[in-house]
Structure formats: structure tokens, C-alpha cells
Design a protein around this ligand. Structure first.
Ligand code: BGC
Length: 248
């Protein structure tokens, strides 16, 4: 079965049809830049462009970079326009896509579900935490393969700061940090998350998962196993489609 997946991020809106049996994209993904400010209308236009690029007319699963409750209502908007808060994103996207059936899920939860089924978390029991390092830090917490949604561990306070402001990959870019300097911050962050949850496995996702060889060796003194995500930047798209199919 195929469902269309769209991953809405702080920098890009990416989408492609997903083969749910393989957990893979069936065509090369298409990306448009996230508008700034990332208002509901602007983002919905971007989503429409991505879906129409493929002439898609079936169900669409979308991710959102904030808390999503009650099916598709947005509750937080750390890295997008604040007018998203309390918006029914399901109704917005459905209208903009001419009535196609849509679902909405937190971006890190989507990536986590995809990694647990098809990637680095396959068959892993116990407590597993996927963290995505991008514009913000997203988290997905699993206990024996079951997701605890909307955990928002990227906003833990670390040395008096919102952790994602110091340890996201945007923080690395904005501060022009070396890999080692940034990895030291990630290390402190992981130690804090480990103190709270004692997971058996950390999966490191987001764009940096492709560059694991540049920083993972700087991370020490963490008892949990640490591995890069395997689906890399497609995890959100695949997870969005899985959510639409009810496979998560
Ligand atoms: C948001 C999370 C999101 C993460 C990654 C954070 O700022 O609060 O909901 O998963 O960024 O996009």
C-alpha cells in the first residue's frame, strides 16, 4: 500500500509517496522551502505544492514540528509562527488539499516510529529514545516498541537554557561551532536525558545522522548505546505515511 508522506520542518517541506511494506519512498522526494514567517497559510501553500507535484489524490500523512494533540490540533510552535497554536491543522490541510484525507503527527514521533519499524530501532525492547537534531531538538520515547507521544525533550532546561537553543544543529551553525564543541554540548544533553530515563538505546536522527562519523566519537560517558538513525532524512516522511495508515 502507498500513502503520501509530508515532513514539515523549520527549513523545508518535503514529501513523497511511501511504500508502507518497505518503509521506503517510491519516488524521489520533492522539497520546497518553509516560508518565513512559517504561518499556517504559507505552510499549507507549500504542502499543496509538494502534493500537487506528484499529482497525488489519495490519503496524506503530515508531520508538524510541535505538539499535536486530539488528532490534529497544534499546541506548541517553537520554531514556526505562533499563530499555529490551537489551530486545527487537520482541517487546514484537508481544505487546502481539496478534501483529501489527512493526518498530522509530531515530526520526531513520526521519525521515531519509522526508525523503530524499518531502521535502527527494529526489534528493540525496553526504553528507546530517538532524538532529532535540526532546527530544534525533537524526541520520541518508546517503551517496548510503544510510543509515548509528544515528549518534547528538546525543551529540557540545561544550565539555565532551553536545551535545543544550545545543542540543535541550528545552534551549531549559528554559533559556527566545531564538531567537537557541539558534541560536548550534545554529550551534556544526553547525560541529562539519560539521568531522567535510563534508556537502553539512543537513536540520533535529523540531518546530522548522516555525519555521525564526525561527532559520535566525541561523545563519552553515556551508558546507553548510541546509534545514528538509518532512514536519515526520510524518516519523517515515512513515519507520517505510517501514521496516516494507522501503522504506528
Ligand atoms: C518542537 C518539537 C519538535 C522539534 C523538532 C521542537 O522545538 O517543540 O515538537 O519535534 O522541535 O522539530
Amino acid at each position: 500500500m502507498q500513502i503520501f508522506g509530508v515532513d514539515i520542518g523549520g527549513s523545508g517541506i518535503k514529501g513523497a509517496p511511501v511504500d508502507l511494506d518497505k518503509g521506503d519512498l517510491t519516488q524521489e522526494r520533492y522539497k520546497v522551502l518553509t516560508p518565513h514567517p512559517a504561518t499556517p497559510d504559507g505552510v499549507a501553500d507549500g504542502v499543496k505544492e509538494v502534493v500537487e507535484h506528484f499529482g497525488w489524490t489519495g490519503p496524506v500523512g503530515l508531520t508538524f514540528p510541535g505538539v499535536v494533540t486530539g488528532g490534529a490540533t497544534i499546541r506548541t510552535a517553537a520554531n514556526v509562527d505562533k499563530s499555529w497554536i490551537d489551530k486545527d491543522a487537520g482541517a487546514l490541510f484537508r481544505d487546502r488539499l481539496g478534501g483529501l484525507p489527512v493526518t498530522v503527527v509530531n515530526d520526531a514521533d513520526a521519525a521515531g516510529v519509522a526508525e523503530m519499524h524499518f531502521g535502527a530501532g527494529q526489534g528493540r525492547k525496553g526504553t528507546v529514545i530517538l532524538l532529532t537534531f535540526g532546527t530544534g531538538i525533537g524526541s520520541a520515547l518508546f517503551v517496548n516498541g510503544i510510543l509515548v507521544p509528544n515528549t518534547e525533550l528538546g525543551h529540557l532546561e540545561l544550565n539555565g537554557h532551553d536545551a535545543e537553543k544550545k545543542a540543535s544543529s541550528k545552534a551549531k551553525e549559528d554559533g559556527e561551532l566545531t564538531w567537537e564543541h557541539w558534541a560536548n554540548r550534545v554529550q551534556k544533553y544526553l547525560a541529562h536525558v539519560e539521568m531522567l530515563f535510563s534508556p537502553e538505546l539512543f537513536i540520533i536522527g535529523g540531518g546530522v545522522s548522516r555525519k555521525a562519523d564526525k561527532f559520535l566519537h566525541f561523545i563519552e560517558d553515556i551508558k546507553a548505546e548510541i546509534v545514528p538513525a538509518q532512514l536519515q532524512n526520510n524518516a519523517g516522511i515515512v513515519g507520517a505515511a505510517m501514521h496516516a495508515a494507522g501503522d504506528d
